[in-house]
Ligand binder design. Structure first.
Ligand code: PFF
Ligand code: NA
Length: 446
């Protein structure tokens, strides 16, 4: 496969596309519940540190490889490895990335299906006047209904694959342009409103006053995994997008902007959600249902609450849509590189992801008692291991390839920055990101 000639139409379009991949369930659903389970501020602190020390430098590395290769991940890695006189086996990193996003997309689609359910309920006024208990009970009833969950999972996956089949770069730009600022604004309104509620003070304390005595290797590992997940780094998914990056653009600047936006969205969501948690006396460690039971309550207090809530779930769906399109891309690109037509590759990916997703669907009903590792249901397994182990391992390999293997001239050109900036980036990746990822992985696993 030769170099792709397709490019995002502008610098802004590239940033928006990467933001679309980054901002999603990771910020609004996963960040609050995992922070809640890990005691709040300490987790937040670690997560922000990992975004700066690992997420951002490795994000730059990953996009840089894609940009230098101008091909799908597997092809780009093979091409660049050949150029560097390194092993052909580097291409397996692309395959590993495809496997990682395969696992992630399977539950991402299911949870996005939950959002569809909440959107429909909100539009129908189903949350008006509902108490936290009633909302929680409604959510439980939904989880116990595999037919409805499967329907929504199928719908969401079809929405995703439709865009993917059409070719990623073009289909998305316009949508991204429209939706990101709106979602941001709505979260801002929600967070500002939270400041007027009694839950706000406790929420801030919970989010920003770390209890260092709670430090455990597992907490550190989860924070690291989440930093990769939220930035969409470590699965060669952004590598696939880097292939379309315009020639004249500073990659570190673009990546920095995305990381900043991503963290802000998570913080705004966290403030809104935890304010509601503390105002209502709910449990921060509620788990994956946290966002779903708190947001309807948080919005209910606003004038026109039902309307805002509907709009919010609509925007959230659009945000998860752009993320899942990015999740599907490395798999489709990998199959395409094996000679399959794009449409057929997309269909194969769709069927496989759909089937795996069913295991998540049934984790809340007929498979609820079936455990896979320890006492984890399939859903618990697939929402942790790929994020907390596969993404960091993939990110580690990407960092090694970018900072140690790739020829310097190629790397520098693809970064689009001067020699000083290049050396700074490479030093950080070589001597901070790589060793830190290794240490945390080893400490967490053993
Ligand atoms: N970054 C996305 C989110 O925060 O929802 C999730 C994600 C997208 C993870 C793409 C990994 C990936 F390759
Ligand atoms: Na994110």
């Amino acid at each position: 496969m030769n170099e792709t000639l397709e490019r995002w139409s502008s610098r802004r379009a590239f940033i928006l596309a990467v933001t679309g991949a980054a901002v999603g369930l990771g910020n609004i659903w996963r960040f609050p519940y995992i922070t809640g389970e890990n005691g709040g501020a300490l987790f937040l602190l670690l997560y922000v540190a990992f975004v700066l020390l690992l997420g951002l430098p490795v994000m730059i590395a990953e996009i840089m490889i894609g940009r230098a290769g101008r091909r799908g991940p597997v092809q780009a890695l093979r091409h660049l490895a050949a150029e560097a006189g390194a092993s052909r086996h580097w291409r397996w990193l692309g395959v590993f990335g495809a496997f990682t996003v395969f696992c992630i997309l399977s539950f991402y689609s299911v949870v996005s299906g939950w959002s569809i359910e909440f959107l429909v309920t909100a539009v129908n006024g189903g949350f008006v006047g509902a108490s936290p208990d009633e909302i929680g009970a409604g959510f439980e009833a939904f989880l116990a209904d595999p037919a409805r969950m499967t329907f929504n999972h199928t719908l969401f996956l079809l929405m995703t694959l439709l865009v993917v089949a059409a070719g990623v770069a073009k289909g998305l730009e316009k949508l991204n342009n429209l939706l990101m600022p709106l979602l941001y604004l709505l979260l801002l309104v929600l967070a500002v409103h939270a400041a007027t509620t009694e839950g706000f003070g406790p929420a801030l304390a919970w989010l920003f006053l770390p209890d260092l005595s709670a430090l455990r290797p597992m907490v550190v590992m989860q924070a690291m995994g989440h930093a990769f997940f939220t930035l969409a780094v470590g699965a060669c998914a952004l590598m696939a997008y880097g292939a379309y990056m315009p020639d004249q653009q500073s990659l570190p600047k673009a990546a920095g902007a995305v990381a900043l936006l991503d963290v802000t969205v998570a913080l705004l969501a966290g403030i809104a959600i935890f304010s509601a948690v503390f105002a209502q006396g709910l449990d921060p460690a509620e788990g994956p249902g946290l966002m779903f039971v708190t947001l309807p309550i948080a919005f209910a207090e606003l004038p026109w609450g039902a309307l805002w809530l509907s709009l919010f779930f609509l925007l959230l769906l659009l945000a998860t849509w752009t993320s899942s399109i990015n999740l599907a891309e490395p798999m489709v690109a990998t199959l395409q590189a094996r000679g399959l037509k794009r449409g057929r590759a997309t269909a194969i990916v769709g069927v496989a992801v759909w089937l795996l997703g069913l295991l998540s669907v049934f984790s809340f009903s007929s498979l609820a008692e079936v455990t896979w590792v320890g006492d984890m249901t399939f859903f618990a397994l697939v929402t942790t291991v790929p994020t907390e182990i596969f993404l960091p391992v993939g990110g580690l390999m990407i960092a090694i390839f970018a900072a140690w293997i790739m020829p310097e001239t190629l790397a520098r050109e693809a970064l689009g920055i001067g020699p000083k900036g290049f050396r700074l980036w490479r030093t950080v990746v070589r001597w901070v990101s790589i060793p830190l990822t290794l240490v945390v992985l080893v400490a967490g696993l053993f």
